[in-house]
Structure formats: structure tokens, C-alpha cells
Design a protein around this ligand. Structure first.
Ligand SMILES: NC(=O)C1=CN([C@@H]2O[C@H](COP(=O)(O)OP(=O)(O)OC[C@H]3O[C@@H](n4cnc5c(N)ncnc54)[C@H](OP(=O)(O)O)[C@@H]3O)[C@@H](O)[C@H]2O)C=CC1
Ligand SMILES: CC(C)CCC[C@@H](C)[C@H]1CC[C@H]2C3=CC=C4C[C@@H](O)CC[C@]4(C)[C@H]3CC[C@]12C
Length: 395
């Protein structure tokens, strides 16, 4: 059996896979390079308030510039202005849909090399003390060597996660909408799905400073998992619904469209409000109102790896009293609602929402584990007040 996997057969198998993928044309390569340079330049040039990330295990406090929303608005304006100006001359962003296989190859090559460069940088010139090797080269490549690497002052995770991955997601959705319009004219299913995703991403950028206090930034290192995930997995898998709708238009009608949009916006609001409640209570040191009442809080002490003792607030009011990760429910609901316009003929448009359910259940365990280790008995106190992990009375 093993003899089937000779060096020759593995090699010919790989070259067969490579032959299926078209190598990226210059327009794809140049578009990626230009987009990367633009995104980096905007990180520096756009104005924004200075914000501080949470204290890291080694006691460092990363500093960021909060200009994500401006970047999102500017990029959307540029995209739609260029599209409207160039369309009459036969130049359309829908070429990126037509050449998406080339794009996937280019994204993979760039991100795999980038992860390797990050591995070397982490080994040879780490940006902070929040770094180090596990002793296993494969794990180090996969998980990363540094918590928040900086290259020439550019924060790598802000670039890969926020400025590259999520903006690529927004742009791909717009590209799919343009392609669909070129093929079929206005289609309400595409409109509903694209609108909900764009509003969701606008909310993400509005709240970007809050994202800097989540486990992606506080715990996960900059390696293959996060960087390849954001540079390849997000632009490809997260955009599958509108990708599918380009060739499978569905006519929903006004009442169904309106219900999906309203339910989607409500889900988005609940998710946002939950994220905001947690932020607000910490920013005001508990001196605020949650749902019109003084919040129930736990002042939780914890120790850094340096031995220094710190204090943080755990909120047990508002959405954070319903369950410990209730905000995942509207997150999943919203993803389901923007997938629904594709109806039920194919599983492909539901791959994101299925992945999200698995990711968030796993994440709830990871986050509880992290908080339990960090806060010890204070976390147990919170768990006694709020029994359920995600869905009250169920899970
Ligand atoms: N679409 C997607 O692929 C995904 C989207 N998301 C979305 O991203 C957003 C952030 O989610 P996520 O990253 O999971 O992070 P959370 O918003 O759940 O934040 C987790 C951190 O918040 C702090 N915390 C936990 N419980 C409390 C509490 N009761 N009171 C105060 N602070 C608390 C802890 O950090 P500390 O150490 O500071 O105490 C914990 O590690 C959500 O809106 C989520 O839906 C998340 C994952 C994937
Ligand atoms: C290697 C892959 C199989 C897995 C890659 C996973 C990552 C790409 C994703 C893990 C967590 C994801 C995110 C967390 C929180 C977010 C906030 C939300 O409002 C927008 C999306 C996101 C940034 C999201 C992006 C993908 C992950 C980093």
C-alpha cells in the first residue's frame, strides 16, 4: 500500500494539482501588490486615535492607531467610484471573479511565504518579549513565534486580519454583486446577502478597537493559523455565499427580502451591543448603566507571567448575564440569514455558517479555559452567576 506513495507518484500528483490551478497573470499579481501597498500606506497615513491593547502576559501594552473605519469607508468609496468610472470603458472588477482561481494561487503563495518570513523574524528579531519557540519547528510555523510582531512599525496582525482579510472579504462581496449585475441585472437575493455582509463588516471596522481585546489578538500568535487564515481562508470561504449567488440567482420578492434584512440588522445590533457592554463597563470602571441598571460586576484579580498583580472587570449583567458567550448566537444567526437567500439546493453557500458554528463552540471552550486559568476563583464566581456557555438552558 505504502509503495503507491513513491517519491515519483507524490511529485506527479503535486504537479497534476498545480496544472489544474492556473498560475496568476500579471494583473492579479499587480493588483495584490498594489492593494497591499495601499493598505499599508493607509495604516500610517489615515488619522486615528491612539488606542492601547490589553496587557500581554509579559506585561507589555501594544499601541495601535484606530483608523479602521476610515480605511473601510475610503476603500468602499474608491471601489465604487472606480467601478462606475471605468465600467463604460469595458474595465470591470468582475475580472477578479473570472480569475478567482488565479487569485487563490497567488494568495496562497504570498501568505505561505509571508508566514515563513514571520517564522524567521520571530526567531531572529522578535519585536517584543511576548515571543518564543515551542521547540517544534512545524508547530512554530503553524502557531507563530510572536504575539504581536511589528515590521517597520506596521502591526502584522492588524494588517493581515483587519486590513487585508476582512477588507478582501468586503471587496469580494462587492465584486460578486457587480458580476451578478452584469449577468442578470438587479437580483434581490444578491442584494440582501451582500448588504448584510457589508453592514456587518462596516460594524467590524467601527468596533475595530474592541477586536484588539479578543483572543485573536490577546492569545493567538501571528503564524499560519491566523495569517494564512485571514489572507486566504477568509477571502475564499467567507465569501462563498455571494460567489454561489452569481451563478444561482434567486428571486426572493420584497416581503422575504425585507424580513431577512430586518432580522439580520437586529442580529447585528444584538451582537454589537453585547461587545459594547463589555467594553463600556471596563472603560468606565463599572460606573455605567447596562440596560438602565447599575451593572453586576466582579473585580477579578490576576497575575502576569512577570508576577505583577492586575485587576479586570467581569460583567454579569446585560447579554453577559444571559450566557457567557451569548453574543455568538446573533453572530451565527446573522451568517445564516445572509446565506438563506441562496435557498437549499446546495450546501456550498452554507459552508461558512457551518464552519462558524464549529469555530464558535470551540472558541467558547478555549475562551473559558483561558479565563479560568487567568482569573481562577473569580472566573468560577462568574460561572456560578452565569451557568450557560452559549445557549441558555441548552448549552
Ligand atoms: N465571524 C467570525 O469568524 C467570528 C466572529 N467573532 C465575533 O467577534 C467578536 C469577539 O468575539 P471573541 O473574539 O470570541 O471575544 P469575546 O468578545 O468573547 O471576548 C473574549 C474575552 O473577553 C473577556 N471576557 C469574557 N467574559 C467577560 C465578561 N463577562 N465580562 C468582561 N469581559 C469578559 C475575556 O478577556 P480578558 O482577558 O480581557 O478578561 C475574554 O477572553 C464577537 O462579536 C464574535 O461574535 C468571533 C469569532 C469568529
Ligand atoms: C486555519 C483555518 C482553518 C482557520 C482560520 C481561522 C481564522 C481565519 C479565524 C479564526 C477567528 C476568526 C475571526 C474572529 C473574530 C472576528 C471578528 C468579526 O467581527 C469579524 C471576523 C473575525 C475577524 C474573524 C476572522 C477570521 C478568524 C481570524
Amino acid at each position: 500500500m505504502l509503495s503507491v506513495f513513491t517519491e515519483k507518484s507524490v511529485f506527479s500528483g503535486m504537479s497534476y494539482i498545480w496544472s489544474l490551478a492556473r498560475s496568476p497573470s500579471p494583473v492579479i499579481i499587480w493588483s495584490l501588490v498594489l492593494y497591499g501597498v495601499y493598505a499599508l500606506a493607509m495604516m500610517k497615513l489615515l488619522p486615528g486615535q491612539t488606542v492601547f491593547g490589553p496587557v500581554t502576559p509579559k506585561g507589555n501594552v501594544p499601541v495601535y492607531k484606530d483608523n479602521g473605519f476610515l480605511f473601510f469607508v475610503l476603500t468602499m468609496i474608491l471601489f465604487w467610484t472606480l467601478t462606475l468610472l471605468l465600467h463604460p470603458f469595458g474595465i470591470s472588477p468582475s475580472m477578479y471573479y473570472d480569475k478567482f482561481d488565479e487569485m487563490i494561487v497567488a494568495l496562497n503563495v504570498c501568505s505561505l511565504l509571508f508566514c515563513f518570513a514571520l517564522y524567521l523574524k520571530g526567531k531572529l528579531a522578535p519585536s517584543s518579549t511576548d515571543s518564543g519557540s515551542s521547540g517544534n519547528i512545524i508547530f512554530d510555523y503553524y502557531w507563530g513565534m510572536e504575539l504581536y510582531p511589528r515590521i517597520y512599525g506596521f502591526d502584522v496582525k492588524v494588517f493581515t486580519n483587519c486590513r487585508f482579510g476582512l477588507m478582501f472579504w468586503a471587496l469580494m462581496v462587492c465584486i460578486h454583486a457587480v458580476k451578478s449585475y452584469e449577468l442578470h441585472g438587479f437580483v434581490d437575493s444578491m442584494f440582501v446577502s451582500a448588504l448584510l455582509q457589508i453592514v456587518y463588516l462596516a460594524k467590524f471596522y467601527w468596533w475595530e478597537a474592541g477586536y484588539l481585546s479578543t483572543i485573536d489578538i490577546m492569545v493567538d500568535r501571528a503564524g499560519f493559523y491566523l495569517c494564512w487564515g485571514c489572507m486566504v481562508y477568509v477571502p475564499v470561504l467567507y465569501t462563498l455565499v455571494t460567489f454561489y449567488l452569481v451563478t444561482h440567482p434567486v428571486h426572493l420578492g420584497l416581503p422575504v427580502s425585507a424580513v431577512l434584512i430586518l432580522a439580520g440588522l437586529l442580529s447585528l445590533y444584538i451582537n454589537y451591543e453585547a461587545d459594547l457592554q463589555k467594553q463600556k463597563v471596563r472603560k468606565t470602571n463599572g460606573e455605567c448603566l447596562i440596560w438602565g441598571q447599575k451593572p453586576d460586576i466582579i473585580r477579578a484579580k490576576y497575575q502576569l507571567e512577570t508576577g505583577e498583580t492586575k485587576e479586570s472587570i467581569l460583567l454579569a449583567s446585560g447579554w453577559w448575564a444571559v450566557s457567557r458567550h451569548f453574543h455568538y448566537v446573533p453572530e451565527i444567526m446573522l451568517a445564516f440569514l445572509w446565506s438563506l437567500p441562496a435557498m437549499f439546493e446546495n450546501l456550498l453557500p452554507y459552508t461558512y455558517v457551518i464552519f462558524l458554528v464549529v469555530l464558535l463552540i470551540h472558541r467558547s471552550f478555549r475562551d473559558d479555559g483561558k479565563c479560568c486559568q487567568k482569573y481562577g476563583t473569580f472566573w468560577s464566581q462568574y460561572c456560578e452567576k452565569v451557568h450557560y456557555r452559549i445557549v441558555p438552558h441548552v448549552f
